[in-house]
Design a protein around this ligand. Structure first.
Ligand SMILES: NC(=O)C1=CN([C@@H]2O[C@H](COP(=O)(O)OP(=O)(O)OC[C@H]3O[C@@H](n4cnc5c(N)ncnc54)[C@H](OP(=O)(O)O)[C@@H]3O)[C@@H](O)[C@H]2O)C=CC1
Ligand SMILES: O=C1OC[C@@H](O)[C@H](O)[C@H]1O
Length: 369
C-alpha cells in the first residue's frame, strides 16, 4: 500500500492577487496532477487588516474555520502551527517578511523578484543556511511540465548548441490611468518592468544558457542594460538587457520587458546551430512551443516543425509548491531546480541593469546595501 503523503502547513503573508492564486493551487487536489507524495494545508493567513485575512479565507479557502486569520504578518511567522511561509507582498517587503519568517524558524517560499537588491538576498540566504531552513524564489515557470519538455529537447543534442536567445515579457498596465501608488508605478514598491516582469525573460536565459550542460553554470561574462523611465514616477517603463556567455558557450541573450505594450509572438526564440525553439506568450506560463529543425546546421532551411501544447490543471503554481514541500520533507535548504545561485544571478543582473540605467530605489527602501 502507498504511504500517506507528506503534509506541510503553510502560512500565507498578504491577501493580494498572487496570494489568492497560491492558495487556490495549494488547495487543489494533488491527484489532479498525478501527485501523491505531498499535500498542502493552509494553517494561517496574515494581512495588514485582519478583516482582509478573514475575507480571504472565506473566499479562497471555503471559510475553513481551522485556518487562523491574523492582522499582522509577524503573527503568521510566529505561529507554531505554521511550517513554511509563503510571501506575496510587493517586492520591496520580501526581505523583511522573509527575515521575520526565518528568524521564527520557518521555511520560506518567496515571490519574485526575491528582494530589492542582491545584498538583501545574500543576507537572507546566509540566515537560511545558519538556521538550516529551506528558502526558494517562487519562479513557477521553471517547474511547469512544458518548461521541463523544452529543456529536455534543448539538451538532447538534436539542435546543437545555442547561439542567440531573444525573450520578452511585456504588458499594457494602462499606466496613465492607474494610481501612482500602484505597485507597478510606485518606486517605494520597486515599481517598473524590470523587477516585476524581468525575472521571466532572464529565467529563460538561465534555463537555456546558464543551465546548459556545456555552460555548467558559468555566469555571463558581461551584462549590459538600458532603461527608459516613465516621467510619471521615474520607474522603468521599458528595459533591455544583453547577457553574453563567452566562457564556455559562445552565446548571447537579448532580453526585454515593458509595462506599455503586449509581448510579441513568439515571445521567446532560442536559436540553435540546428534549429529554433519558439515559445508562445505569456512566457511565465507558455500555452505552447514549436521546435523547427534545419536540414543541416546553420542552413536555416526548416525541414520539420513540431508543436507541443500545455494542458495543466489549476493555475500552474502548484508545481513549485510541490517542489518546495519535497525539499522540506527531504531536509534540503534549497531546490536543485531553482537553486539559490539562480536567484542570486537574477538579483545581480537587476542590480547591474538598474545601475547602468540610473534607476535608484528611494532612500530607505533597500534594507541591506
Ligand atoms: N508568480 C507570479 O505569477 C506572480 C508574482 N507576483 C509577485 O507577487 C508580489 C505581489 O504582487 P500582487 O499579488 O500582484 O500584488 P497585489 O497588489 O495584488 O497584492 C500585494 C499585497 O501585499 C500586501 N501589501 C503590504 N504592503 C503593501 C503596500 N505598501 N502596498 C500594497 N500592498 C501591500 C497587501 O496585502 P494585505 O493588504 O493583505 O496586507 C496586498 O494585497 C510581487 O512581488 C509580484 O512580483 C505577482 C503576480 C504574479
Ligand atoms: O509575475 C508576474 O506575472 C504576470 C504579470 O502580469 C505580473 O505583473 C507579474 O508580477
Amino acid at each position: 500500500m502507498a504511504s500517506s503523503p507528506f503534509t506541510l502547513r503553510w502560512g500565507v503573508i498578504a491577501t493580494g492577487w498572487i496570494s489568492q492564486q497560491f492558495v487556490k493551487d495549494a488547495l487543489l487536489d494533488p491527484a489532479t496532477r498525478d501527485v501523491h507524495d505531498v499535500r498542502h494545508v493552509v494553517a494561517a493567513v496574515g494581512s495588514r487588516n485582519v478583516e482582509s485575512a478573514k475575507k480571504f479565507i472565506e473566499v479562497y479557502a471555503k471559510d475553513d474555520s481551522s485556518i487562523k486569520a491574523y492582522g499582522t504578518y509577524e503573527e503568521v511567522c510566529a505561529d507554531p502551527d505554521v511550517d513554511a511561509v509563503y510571501i506575496g507582498t510587493p517586492h520591496t517587503f520580501h526581505y523583511e517578511n522573509a527575515r521575520s519568517a526565518l528568524l521564527n524558524g520557518k521555511h520560506v517560499l518567496c515571490e519574485k523578484a526575491t528582494t530589492s537588491n542582491a545584498a538583501e538576498l545574500r543576507d537572507l540566504l546566509k540566515l537560511a543556511k545558519e538556521k538550516n531552513l529551506f528558502f526558494m524564489e517562487a519562479l513557477w515557470t521553471r517547474f511547469q511540465p512544458l518548461t521541463l519538455e523544452i529543456k529536455r529537447i534543448a539538451e538532447d543534442g538534436s539542435l546543437g548548441l545555442p547561439v542567440v536567445l531573444h525573450a520578452d515579457l511585456s504588458s499594457d498596465f494602462d499606466i496613465e490611468n492607474i494610481p501612482k501608488t500602484h505597485r507597478i508605478l510606485d518606486p517605494r514598491l520597486g515599481g517598473g518592468a524590470l523587477l516585476d516582469l524581468g525575472p521571466y525573460p532572464v529565467a529563460w536565459a538561465v534555463i537555456a544558457l546558464y543551465e546548459h550542460p556545456k555552460n555548467n553554470k558559468a555566469r555571463p561574462t558581461s551584462v549590459t542594460g538600458s532603461i527608459v523611465k516613465t516621467p510619471l514616477t521615474g520607474v522603468d517603463s521599458s528595459t533591455s538587457i544583453t547577457l553574453t556567455f563567452s566562457e564556455t558557450l559562445q552565446a548571447q541573450a537579448i532580453l526585454s520587458c515593458n509595462i506599455l505594450v503586449p509581448s510579441p509572438t513568439p515571445a521567446v526564440t532560442i536559436r540553435y546551430q540546428g534549429g529554433n525553439i519558439l515559445i508562445h506568450p505569456p512566457i511565465f506560463k507558455p500555452p505552447s512551443f514549436t521546435v523547427q529543425y534545419f536540414d543541416k546546421p546553420g542552413s536555416g532551411n526548416i525541414v520539420r516543425e513540431v508543436t507541443q501544447k500545455s494542458n495543466i490543471p489549476g493555475g500552474g503554481w502548484h508545481y513549485q509548491i510541490d517542489e518546495a514541500v519535497r525539499c522540506i520533507r527531504d531536509g534540503r535548504i534549497e531546490s536543485e531546480i531553482w537553486s539559490h545561485d539562480k536567484s542570486l544571478l537574477l538579483m545581480d543582473i537587476f542590480d547591474a541593469v538598474r545601475k547602468q540605467g540610473g534607476y535608484e530605489l528611494p532612500e530607505g527602501v533597500e534594507k541591506v546595501r
